[in-house]
Design a protein around this ligand. Structure first.
Ligand SMILES: [Zn+2]
Length: 283
């Protein structure tokens, strides 16, 4: 138990330190995470947190302990704008959803960070992860400015052979995102169904596409997204056994510490959700 609590303290402290985001995020992460970790009727003052918070001891001690939970919603988005299908979320909807998360003091993280929280069973009570599939240019043009404005992080899943052609992002844009701490995840090279794909082609889609991403972004790619949510055991095993930390499906649900980290469900955010419906999905 002590070890888990300590992991928890380290995660929230690291989250506050390494996530390259705005001051408001630091303030909110520290305010929500540093003072104490309270789980199952026990409260500890983590050593890392105490060291970080030393100059403001009196005000920190006055804050209430952090409540944690064992699950979190991983939100699934695709395109932003007025498009031909429900994969497009309107600008106004995305704006009000991000504003809602900010106003309601959510901790908004990348999938890689969410996975660390899930594995350690340590999730601040109001936490969501943001994922955007396919690597559309609207992520760079519309989503990223909002992430910067609110101090959020997210994961964008890139299809490597689509890069540099409309409506997808360029390598230059992806590199800028990676340099600024946005998580870049792998969404294969050509977006095939991994359920039906010939076994000889799996390594190119799962492993070589990741190498291609890593060499272009100079970052470590940790997470994977199954195209159209389709997979078979052979593909899952290849992802699990070759250095990825997690993979997401399109199965609807809130991710839990009890889930297989390589078959994580997500909460689809599609066009036309009212703010009340959005709020209900992330509860
Ligand atoms: Zn996709």
């Amino acid at each position: 138990m002590k070890r888990r609590l300590l992991c928890c303290a380290v995660i929230v402290a690291v989250l506050a330190v390494v996530t390259p985001v705005t001051t408001s995020f630091y303030e909110r992460a520290i305010a929500s995470a540093i003072p104490a970790i309270h789980t199952e009727n026990r409260t500890i003052m983590p050593a890392v947190a105490e060291a970080t918070a030393a100059p403001v001891t009196s005000s920190v001690q006055a804050l209430p302990p952090v409540k944690t939970r064992s699950n979190l919603p991983i939100l699934m988005y695709h395109e932003v704008g007025d498009g031909p299908n429900s994969l497009f979320v309107r600008d106004s909807e995305l704006n009000e959803q991000m504003r809602y998360l900010y106003d309601n003091k959510y901790t908004v993280v990348s999938l890689a960070t969410a996975v660390e929280m899930l594995k350690n069973n340590c999730i601040p009570e109001k936490t969501v992860a943001l994922t955007f599939d396919d690597g559309y240019q609207t992520f760079y043009g519309k989503v990223w400015p909002l992430l910067q404005q609110y101090g959020f992080n997210a994961t964008v899943f890139v299809i490597t052979n689509k890069v540099d052609a409309a409506p997808f992002m360029s390598w230059n844009e992806i590199k800028i995102l990676a340099d600024n701490g946005v998580e870049i995840g792998c969404h294969t090279h050509t977006h095939p169904s991994l359920k039906a794909l010939d076994a000889s082609k799996l390594p190119a889609e799962i492993l070589q596409s990741r190498q291609y991403l890593e060499s272009n972004t100079k970052t470590v790619v940790q997470t994977f997204c199954y195209p159209s949510g389709e997979y078979r055991q052979e593909a899952v095993d290849m992802i699990r056994q070759n250095g990825y930390t997690a993979a997401v499906t399109t199965k609807y649900g809130t991710a839990s510490s009890n889930n297989d980290m390589y078959l994580l469900p997500r909460v689809r955010i599609s066009r036309g959700l009212t703010l009340q419906e959005f709020a209900a999905r992330i509860k």
